[in-house]
Design a protein around this ligand. Structure first.
Ligand code: NAD
Length: 498
């Protein structure tokens, strides 16, 4: 049985904790590898490797670090097919979607390669008589990333790319469900010229995460995953006086106004709800058509399209989406479908019991559509994280605006309309962090920042973009006076700007 190794100090290591977890191929429903679950001591060894690499890596000028990052980008791109296959085989998303996962990560590393410019500080000449003031951004030291299964390339690259560009060294604790791609990415980083120990990957569960939080040498924790864990890690990191940004789950709505192009809206919904089997934090899980006539027409268009969807193996070009990640995920999603029916929603299309020829044990869940979903139902309130789309009908625009604004989660939202006033009002007033106008999945590009509101994000700064650099650096402000200036003797008064 293949063992997915840790990657510490530039070397693959099997670990010796004696604890492992199965990694599955979700298409076959079979174990494809095992991943070691690190002990606290093994995590400490990875932190030591990062600590030892820090002086040289942070001492390299930012331009040279950027050159290595760009070489890393080249190597990732050259190995794209191999990485995407590995990713599909452990996650279950289709091959083109796996490439998209990697590409969106690469784009952030490309952005991070602008660090020499982005890290520039401020300078004020003559802030007082003979006094200059400047600020500089310095790396924090060893920082950690704890990442989810659903983007095993993109999110590690978002975190490590920015942190490394700023001169930090990094310990990544990726999801234990699809651990191979992060290890391969770290190997490619070393091949690109990154010094051993600058980027380490250590696998594990709560034991490893707790060890990272408790290790005083780890200065910052960047987490992405489900909200309860995000919240608890945020609190635990704060209790250790370390900075943290912890992004959580989602329940993304798409409002469809009566004037929208409904064919376009239906196509957008199908891709956004069922792409990657709904296992995206920016997937649309609630459609909010405004008015009964819009709702009826939209529902008919969705039903037509769902009937033509192909559920199939991840590497099969004809598949629109693949299996969900694990047997537990399948069970959870199916139990939500049962709950929705019990709570009184109308189950229009039932994805339970879906099968795919030749792959009898795959973790298949077909596209599922509910109508007449109300705000008290668990399928509306909770994150299902599967191919389940709920139609929650709104009587008018104000009700449609209230639904995402009052929901516990606030990651992404979209509005489909042809009316500029409505779109502007919506983008201004909606209480959600990322908004699309006729764009169903508004994941911000690398040079903007990514982050949800409310229970979707804990911490002040977003991921990537300039916020990412702020998170992974600390500001130092230097006030300078040279001795040739006027000698005033001791002063006992607080110096003021004027
Ligand atoms: P998860 O919370 O189960 O796991 C995330 C990470 O936390 C993994 O590395 C896991 O090993 C670790 N972990 C799990 N249990 C832990 C515990 N008790 N203590 C400490 N660490 C623990 O999430 P997942 O199932 O891997 O990913 C899906 C979730 O991530 C969804 O809720 C999705 O919405 C969310 N997500 C959010 C964003 C975002 O940017 N907001 C992006 C992608 C995914």
């Amino acid at each position: 049985m293949t063992l997915v190794p840790h990657f510490v100090a530039g070397r693959k290591t099997p670990g010796d904790s004696g604890r492992t977890q199965d990694v599955f191929n979700p298409v076959e429903g079979e174990v494809s590898a095992q991943v070691p679950l690190a002990t606290a001591e093994e995590v400490a060894q990875a932190v030591t490797a990062a600590e030892e690499a820090f002086p040289a890596w942070s001492g390299l000028n930012a331009q040279r670090r950027a050159r290595i990052l760009l070489k890393w980008v080249d190597l990732i791109t050259e190995n794209m097919d191999e990485l995407a296959t590995l990713l599909s085989n452990e996650h279950g998303k289709t091959f083109p979607d796996a490439k998209g996962d990697i590409q969106r990560g690469v784009e952030v590393v490309e952005f991070a390669a602008g660090a020499p410019h982005l890290l520039k500080g401020e300078f004020s000449s003559g802030a007082g008589t003979g006094i200059d003031v400047h600020s500089l951004r310095q790396p924090l030291g060893v920082v950690a990333g704890i990442t989810p299964f659903n983007f095993p390339a993109m999110i590690p690259l978002w975190k490590a790319g920015i942190a490394l560009a700023a001169g930090n060294t990094f310990v990544l604790k990726p999801s234990e469900r699809d651990p191979s791609v992060p290890v391969r990415l770290a190997e490619l980083a070393v091949e690109a010229g990154m010094p051993a120990g600058a980027l380490n990957v250590v696998h594990g569960d709560k034991t490893a995460v707790d060890a990272l939080i408790e290790d005083p040498r780890v200065r910052a924790i960047g987490f992405v995953g489900s909200s309860p864990i995000a919240q608890s890690i945020y609190s635990a990191a704060a209790a250790q006086n370390k900075r943290a940004q912890c992004f959580g789950g989602a329940k993304n709505h798409m409002v469809i106004m009566p004037d929208a192009d409904l064919e376009q809206a239906a196509d957008a919904l199908i891709g956004a709800a069922f792409g990657s089997a709904g296992e995206r934090c920016m997937a649309i899980s609630v459609a909010v058509p405004v008015g009964e006539a819009t709702a009826d027409r939209l529902r008919a268009l969705l039903e037509e399209r769902i009937a033509t969807l192909t559920l199939g193996p991840s590497l099969e070009p004809s598949s629109d989406f693949g299996p969900v990640v694990s047997a537990q995920a399948k069970e959870r999603i199916e139990s939500y479908i049962a709950a929705g029916e019990k709570e009184g929603a109308e189950l229009v299309v039932d994805g339970r019991g879906a099968t795919v020829d030749g792959h009898p044990n795959g973790f298949w869940v077909g596209a599922t559509l509910f109508d007449h979903v109300t705000t008290d139902m668990s399928i509306y309130r909770e994150e299902i994280f599967g191919p389940v789309l709920c139609i929650a009908r709104a009587a008018d625009y104000e009700e449609a605006l209230r639904l995402p604004s009052e929901h516990e989660y606030g990651n992404g939202v979209a509005i489909f309309t042809r009316d500029g006033d409505t779109a502007r009002d919506f983008t201004t007033r909606v209480e959600v962090g990322m908004v699309g106008v006729n764009v169903p999945i508004p994941v911000p590009i690398a040079y903007y920042t990514f982050g949800g509101w409310k229970a979707s994000g804990f911490g002040d700064l977003n991921q990537h973009g300039t916020d990412g650099l702020k998170f992974y650096t600390k500001t130092k402000t230097v006030t300078t006076r040279w001795p040739s200036g006027t000698k005033e003797g001791a002063s006992f008064v607080m110096p003021a700007g004027s």
